[in-house]
Design a protein around this ligand. Structure first.
Ligand SMILES: Cc1cc2nc3c(=O)[nH]c(=O)nc-3n(C[C@H](O)[C@H](O)[C@H](O)COP(=O)(O)OP(=O)(O)OC[C@H]3O[C@@H](n4cnc5c(N)ncnc54)[C@H](O)[C@@H]3O)c2cc1C
Length: 559
């Protein structure tokens, strides 16, 4: 089947739905496509909150500086200025849409402290902020009559003549492959957490849109910048929100010492995530951890605060480790959480490919640079979701409807059919996926070096060769997740390779990229973005982009 819309948004997380809402408001015929029901998107798992400088004594300039310092000066400052100055109006709009933010005793919107922030500017709904936002935006897109293709899995972007003109997707319910043509496509497919094991991300966060855009020639930027969150639960890797430390929780080593006093004497547990993750890694490596973990201690916060402001993580620790955080500290370790890099865009979400826009975690504007501050990602999805929706709507007024596409759809149908009939050779997607994740966590994690990165690259290339013989176990059409798992693994391998190339290229330590063989930040040579383009069989092409500095020249970064 071939369908037509002006704007097609790929992804129904916060970025995708906010983009769709803006496009609908602008009068475009807009559709959203999502491989899961919209409210099952990973945005719904966001716990801690969303940043904006609204309160007395705060300003968007202070928020901008905190963000830029947090990014280790790799963020583009013009983009950060836009994000932080537009933040207050976006939060207030969400409130007016119906998000029930926490209010203080005087009835004002209440905040909590978050890592790397010099003011408490994180607005929240308990520890289910993402869920509250996501449901509200879903209401809004239904109200705005946005067409939703739910449980449609995108397999390719349609890009004739160097422009992006639609998406091919499997309707999971029927197994049918369809082409959804558009004058503009906004890729908002979220992160790629599952390229690492363990990760805080949902199992669906497999980097699909990043790989799809990359394959049609879109440049990827800052891919080496992978954020490890300091507090992920022992074993499962579930997130224990930074809000716990924002509310006053301590980090302890096996001697009961608040070790952050040796690494970040001013900000302690609320230093930037890269700083805290490195500190924990050193404590564990030097024998002051407990079974590969450190302890998150909330006991002094008391049952009332924990049960009113952090009920979800209380339940998770109880369910998965049998630990009641009211009475006992919780073992945690740094775990893969977020990617700062993604599809390179301008401040309106436009990629260099005409008709291709991107927003949210899969995009790189770049507002997070080398390290994202907690609660700045939900903000990024809303500000740049909105801006990309607006820009795409303007763009579609200038272009004609796309050309046929039947041949392209038929080619995709043949490709998927060939995949379905590939014989079983003993290689399974599940084994490869686990090997990939483990390799990335070991070699491309908190600390990196040339030898380990080269091993990771050789390892991913070997996995790619083995991937070519992975068969799809289930031959049926309806809800064939065996097929989508195999397709996801292909996306993940492309994302992993780009990440490793980025990490090998950047010969310095900055933000989340800590090279033990190049331990210093080197502004003279590396105050620039690494940009990676698809090599189509050969190695990727590597290029650089200057960092935009407006008011904040790079300084030494201490917390
Ligand atoms: C556990 C957790 C807690 C977090 N807490 C916070 C927080 O408190 N504050 C904060 O600022 N940030 C937080 N973050 C980060 C933040 O939640 C995410 O970066 C953000 O929500 C990403 O939103 P998104 O719209 O870009 O993508 P997502 O919400 O991940 O949505 C992606 C969408 O793309 C669709 N999709 C993907 N691939 C395909 C495909 N092949 N075909 C069709 N559709 C596809 C999916 O179905 C989904 O609808 C947290 C992240 C995690 C994992």
């Amino acid at each position: 089947m071939i369908l037509d819309h002006d704007v097609v948004v790929l992804g129904a997380g916060l970025a995708g739905m906010r983009a769709a809402l803006e496009a609908a408001r602008g009068g475009a015929n807009v559709a959203v496509l999502s491989k899961v029901h919209p409210v099952r998107s990973h945005s719904g798992a966001a716990q801690g909150g969303i940043n904006a400088a609204i309160g007395a004594g705060d300003s968007w300039e202070i928020h901008a500086f905190d963000t830029i310092k947090g990014s280790d000066y790799l963020a583009d400052q013009d983009a950060v200025e836009i994000m932080t100055s537009e933040a207050p109006q976006d939060i207030i709009e969400l409130e007016h849409m119906g998000v029930i933010f926490y209010r203080d005793d005087e009835g004002r919107l209440g905040t909590r402290a978050f890592g790397g922030a010099s003011k408490a500017r994180t607005y929240f709904v308990g520890d289910i902020t993402g869920q509250a936002l996501l449901y509200t935006l879903y209401d809004q897109i239904l109200k705005a009559d946005v067409k939703v293709y739910e449980e449609w899995f995108a397999t390719a972007l349609y890009a004739p003549d160097g422009t992006c003109r639609g998406v091919v997707a499997i309707d999971m319910l029927s197994g049918e492959l369809n082409l959804v043509r558009a004058k503009a496509v906004i890729v908002a497919t979220g992160g790629m957490g599952r390229v690492y094991e363990p990760s805080t991300n949902a199992l669906i966060c497999t980097g699909d849109g990043i790989a799809l855009a990359y394959r049609i020639g879109a440049p990827l930027m800052d891919m080496e910048m992978v954020q490890y969150h300091p507090t992920t639960l022992k074993g499962s890797g579930f997130l224990m929100t930074e809000a716990a430390r924002g509310e006053g929780a301590f980090l302890l080593n096996k001697d009961g010492e608040r070790f952050m006093q040796r690494y970040a004497p001013k900000m302690m547990e609320l230093a930037s995530r890269d700083v805290v993750s490195r500190a924990e890694t050193v404590e564990i490596a030097e024998g002051r951890g407990i079974d590969g973990n450190v302890l998150l201690d909330l006991r002094h916060l008391g049952a009332d605060l924990i049960m009113s402001k952090l009920p979800q993580i209380h339940e998770i620790a109880l369910d998965f480790l049998g630990i009641d955080m009211i009475t006992d500290p919780v073992p945690v370790r740094p775990g893969m959480h977020y990617i700062m890099g993604g599809v390179k865009t301008d401040v309106n979400g436009a990629s260099p490919i005409p008709g291709l826009y991107s927003a949210g975690e899969c995009a790189c504007v770049s507002v997070h640079g080398g390290n994202r501050l907690g609660a700045n990602s939900l903000l990024d999805t809303l500000v740049f979701g909105r801006r990309s929706g607006k820009a795409a709507t303007e763009f579609v007024k200038t272009v004609t409807s796309p050309a046929s596409g039947e041949d392209f759809l038929a080619g995709e149908q043949r490709r998927i059919a060939a995949l379905m009939t590939r014989p079983y050779t003993g290689e399974t997607h599940a084994r490869l996926r686990l090997e990939l994740g483990t390799l990335m966590d070991e070699k491309v994690g908190v600390y990196r070096d040339e030898a380990g990165l080269n091993e990771a690259l050789a390892g991913v290339q070997a996995l790619k060769r083995r991937y070519a013989s992975v068969a799809v176990g289930d031959k049926s059409r309806i809800y064939n997740q065996a097929l989508t798992f195999v397709l996801e693994l292909g996306f993940m391998l492309d994302c992993a390779e780009a990440t490793i190339y980025g990490a090998i290229t950047r010969k310095e330590s900055r933000g989340a990229q800590s090279r033990t063989d190049y331990p210093q930040r080197n502004d003279a040579e590396w105050l620039k973005h690494v940009v990676i383009r698809y090599g189509d069989g050969g190695p990727p092409k590597i290029d650089y982009q200057p960092v935009t500095i407006t008011k904040w020249p790079p300084q030494e970064r201490t917390y």
